[in-house]
Design a protein around this ligand. Structure first.
Ligand code: FES
Ligand code: FES
Length: 155
């Protein structure tokens, strides 16, 4: 049977045709990954697959079999928030919060590739994530804060 590593745990995929977002939310109970549009337009469902952001609503569990999926639940370690999560808290970069897991996963994906992105690169990396509450400026500041923290080597 196909399997995926989900937040570090090898997990069987009984139905490879199962939508990845549904697999995570309904089969595994990882409800931090949100359903927004279901059409690849809002970014609420963003997870990392092998460290890169992917919209879970647009793929199947079978398509990422053999890979490593990280959801928002898998970011903190040793009881400490990931620097991106911590920066979002410190900048109060959320209102209702619904979009935030997707933004955080996109930001982590960016900082995995580039620890010191420019303001423009941050904007580009988050361009496919939508926030209906309009907290974009605070989100931008949070990602800049996280990048500075990560560049200093603080974990
Ligand atoms: S729910 Fe996947 S992009 Fe909107
Ligand atoms: S904080 Fe409400 S949708 Fe972004």
């Amino acid at each position: 049977m196909a399997s995926i590593k989900v937040n570090g745990t090898e997990t069987e995929v009984p139905d490879p045709s199962r939508n990845l977002l549904s697999f995570l939310r309904y089969d595994l109970g990882l409800t931090g990954t949100k359903y927004g549009c279901g059409e690849g337009l809002c970014g609420a469902c963003t997870v990392l697959v092998d460290g890169r952001p992917l919209k879970a609503c647009m793929t199947t569990a079978g398509a990422v079999a053999g890979g490593s999926v990280t959801t928002i639940e898998g970011l903190a370690s040793d009881g400490r928030l990931h620097p991106v999560q911590q920066a979002f808290v410190e900048e109060s970069a959320m209102q209702c919060g619904y979009c935030i897991p997707g933004f955080i996963m996109s930001a982590v994906g960016l900082l995995n590739r580039d620890r010191s992105p420019s303001r423009e690169q941050i904007r580009e990396a988050l361009a496919e994530n939508m926030c209906r509450c309009g907290t974009y400026q605070r989100i931008q500041r949070a990602v800049e804060r996280a990048a500075a923290t990560i560049s200093r080597g603080v974990k």
